[in-house]
Design a protein. Sequence first.
Length: 210
Amino acid sequence: MNDGLKIAVFASGRGTNFEAILKAIRECSIKGAGIVAVISNNSGAGALETARNNDIPALHISRTQFESDGAFDAHLIGALEKHGANFIVLAGYMKRISPAVIAKFRNRIINIHPALLPDFGGKGMYGDRVHAAVIASRAKVSGATVHMVDEVYDHGAIIIQKTVPVSPNDTPETLAEKVLKIEHEIYPEAVRMFAEGKVHINGKKVSTAH
């Protein structure tokens, strides 16, 4: 693709949100966007296999392969430039994005969090830990949040949120299933909004046009 979003997806595991976004692009519900690379710190990530099966460059890039943070950052940024990426989507990526990458892609990195930020976010809050904390708090609702990525965990401007009810008999596993379902709805929607130029960022303030 010559114009529009050229997306690099970062994933550490199965990459089901990557699959949802790819499906939306293939079905043309997202226009003006394409996935140019999938990057994982985990060589056995299902997301890399999905990328290979769809003829998308699949790159295993891990900090353990490099002698320093600087060398790792330089290689990662070089790989993004090589594949022409101008936008980054985090899809279950279990490593912190370095300040160097954030600076290079300022306001062009998004993540999805399995709760309603700013609640239940921050360092160490991921996966079933989030859902267990929601249940322990006796919250009546949970949900998912698509947000910009900055130098602080789960801190960037919020793009979209959607809620799900928390039932009295929910476990972290059952709540995770409900939240994942809406993640697969709102993450492609957020990408579509960026592809159509409908998201405008000013610090922590976001204006959108649907």
